[in-house]
Design a protein around this ligand. Sequence first.
Ligand code: HEC
Length: 103
Amino acid sequence: MSIMIGLGIAILAGCFPKASEVIRNLPVENKEQILSKYNAEQIAEGKVLFTNNCAKCHKLKEPETRTPEQWNKTLKRMIPKAKLNDRDGQLVRAYLIVNSKEG
Ligand code: HEC
């Protein structure tokens, strides 16, 4: 809820959705690096967040349609578009990279 209020304030303040510092500075990571940082529960939550937030403007782009490198790049634009906070954005990213096609 506080996230929604925060977003409301950001929109009222005239801010366009823009990647946070955290999201913009995420390193390019491969599957192994993601698996060493996120557990199965977090990745499962990432899947739910992805399903609920990434099909609002276009059909879901399934994880295996992109390589880890492509996801790293695209998500810096799409996480802000989906208005995900840093935590949720990183979980979606973890789910997508772990299930991505081989780079
Ligand atoms: C507010 C609308 C909106 C939301 C929400 C959104 N997208 Fe997009 N997405 C777009 C638009 C518009 C394009 C095409 C233009 C572009 O590539 O920027 C696009 C393109 C894409 C592409 C293809 C472009 C590429 O570089 O591969 C992928 C993959 C993608 N989105 C994934 C996602 C994911 C994952 C999420 C959830 C985190 C998401 N999108 C949420 C609007 C949205």
